[in-house]
Design a protein around this ligand. Structure first.
Ligand code: FAD
Length: 470
């Protein structure tokens, strides 16, 4: 009988350097690639339309690339354990292969799948989603790293696996039916935001473009809010349209050892692994503070302030520009993410989990590990070695990282005519200047929602009650 293996794609939507796919290809005569629309994910309140739109396009591209190799992608909808059991029966497959996912939800789902398929076929999970496996990098004491810099050094001391090419051809049985391709609407979503083009083909093109044109400038431009100074590969890494090892080696081999752009970009890829292993080893961070004592922080949680923050109407131009960039494009610059997260938690004194959920709903790259890590970093409840009294001044951040105001003007049209001198503090414009530039504060653009100095002092008191919790 023909040996068949089901290859269950989840967040590894590519053929290049796909560990589970290559293992299935090596072990079986026929491979059955399948993607399952899981209602438990589709119905979650933080599953955003823009991410589902990106997913759909990535699946289309995966199917095209499989077809070019003689195969195709089967689509099914339902509970994965039931769908897979049914497919095992239909295809007489001897095994289900997939790439592991470190999220608590995924680990529980995969445990259910294993239990359900026991006795029917083999089930194998492979490590694929990072530069290294989450268990692979340990301190001398054998514990997981909880501080980034030594973690980075330990990763760089390890051999990072070279990416492997996709199988040239794949045999897939012709008689296994697929569900029809759903539209975004069929899946229960709608959005006016256009995500970047999904899929592996676009990911490879973007990686090449960034390596050729962006990497050398990365160290100097990555923090300039109005520059296209970062790779914008995050949605592709999020959905596995790009192998992190492919990205790593492309950067390593493009420029001489020690080039600042390359070193700092690789450090960002390692941040991604760092937060994956934090989530894996400390899954309680999904719902609570990494430093547990901070679960008892007395957040003020003013709901109308939260709404204004979500809409980009706080009266702090850099915050408003960033929040509107998120709503209108589904993406936000990393520096801006840090600014708005600090502002929400330390100026508005709102629980970081509120912001985390809003980001998750709207980000095309929304990823539990990175988002949670970023939020807890900004809220000082996480792994960051810096103490809680690092509080960003949003006006100073705006002046430093958007010195010409180009970023603010791009996303906050009310401020377009405001002269450079006042672009980051328009409420300081004298009334006649406000009128002259058609930006009357309180009418055309909001007055600052809070006084930064006062809120900063309150935040310090709030955190100070829990000095140095471990
Ligand atoms: P580049 O600067 O080109 O970096 C290359 C890749 O490294 C990124 O694509 C990403 O995969 C990874 N990376 C970069 N910075 C980080 C970081 N700090 N943590 C983890 N991985 C990183 N990133 C997400 O992918 N999904 C999220 O949901 C997410 N939420 C965030 C929330 C907050 C509050 C903060 C402060 C950061 C968050 N980040 C998140 C990290 C970072 O902002 C984005 O990865 C980055 O802006 C993506 O743009 P890029 O691809 O151009 O990045």
């Amino acid at each position: 009988m023909t040996k068949r293996i089901l290859c269950w794609f989840r967040r590894d939507l590519r053929l290049d350097d796909n560990t589970a796919l290559l293992a299935a290809y090596a072990a079986a005569e026929e491979v059955v690639p399948v993607f399952i629309f899981d209602d438990a994910i589709l119905s979650r309140p933080d599953t955003g339309a823009v991410r589902v739109a990106f997913l759909l396009e990535s699946l289309r591209n995966l199917d095209e690339n499989l077809r070019a190799r003689g195969s195709r992608l089967l689509l099914r909808r339902g509970r994965p354990e039931h769908v897979l059991a049914q497919l095992v029966t239909e295809t007489a497959a001897s095994a289900v292969y997939f790439n592991r996912d470190v999220e608590p939800f995924a680990l529980a789902r995969d445990a259910r799948v294993r239990a359900h398929l026991e006795g029917r076929c083999a089930v194998e999970g492979f490590d694929d989603g990072g530069l290294t496996a989450p268990e692979a990098v340990r301190t001398k004491a054998g514990t997981p790293y909880t501080v980034f810099t030594p973690y980075r050094q330990a990763v760089l001391a390890q051999p990072i696996p070279r990416p492997r090419l996709a199988p040239a051809m794949l045999r897939t049985p012709a008689d296994v039916p697929s569900d029809p391709w759903p539209s975004l609407k069929d899946l229960g979503f709608a959005t006016s935001v256009s995500p970047p083009p999904g899929g592996e083909t676009s990911a490879q093109a973007r990686l090449q473009g960034f390596i050729q044109n962006g990497l050398a400038r990365y160290a100097t431009e990555r923090d300039v809010l109005s520059a296209d100074g970062t790779s914008r590969l995050s949605p592709y890494l999020r959905f596995g349209c790009l192998s992190p090892r492919r990205a790593y080696w492309a950067a390593r081999e493009a420029v001489p050892e020690g080039s600042p752009g390359m070193e700092s970009w690789i450090a960002e890829l390692i941040w991604r692994d760092f937060y994956r292993q934090i989530l894996f080893h400390f899954p309680y961070v999904e719902t609570g503070a990494f430093r547990r004592a901070y679960d008892d922080l007395a957040w003020e949680n003013n709901a109308s302030w939260f709404d204004l923050w979500c809409q980009g109407k706080t009266g702090f131009p850099i915050v408003d520009a960033a929040m509107r960039q998120l709503l209108t494009t589904g993406w936000m610059h990393n520096r801006a993410r840090m600014i708005v997260a600090s502002f929400l938690t330390k100026d508005l004194l709102i629980d970081w989990r509120w912001g985390e959920r809003h980001f998750m709903k709207h980000l095309v790259d929304g990823d539990l590990a990175a988002n949670n890590g970023g939020w807890q970093w900004a809220a000082s409840t996480g792994t960051d070695a810096q103490p809680y009294f690092r509080i960003f001044n949003p006006t100073a951040q705006g002046k430093k990282f958007d010195p010409t105001g180009a970023y603010v003007r791009q996303y906050v049209p009310e401020l377009r005519a405001v002269p450079d001198r006042w672009i980051h503090e328009p409420s300081r414009m004298p009334p006649d200047v406000q009128r002259a530039f058609r930006c009357v504060i309180g009418v055309d653009y909001p007055a600052p929602l809070v006084d930064h100095g006062r809120q900063r002092a309150k935040a310090l008191t709030m955190f100070g009650r829990f000095a140095s919790p471990e």
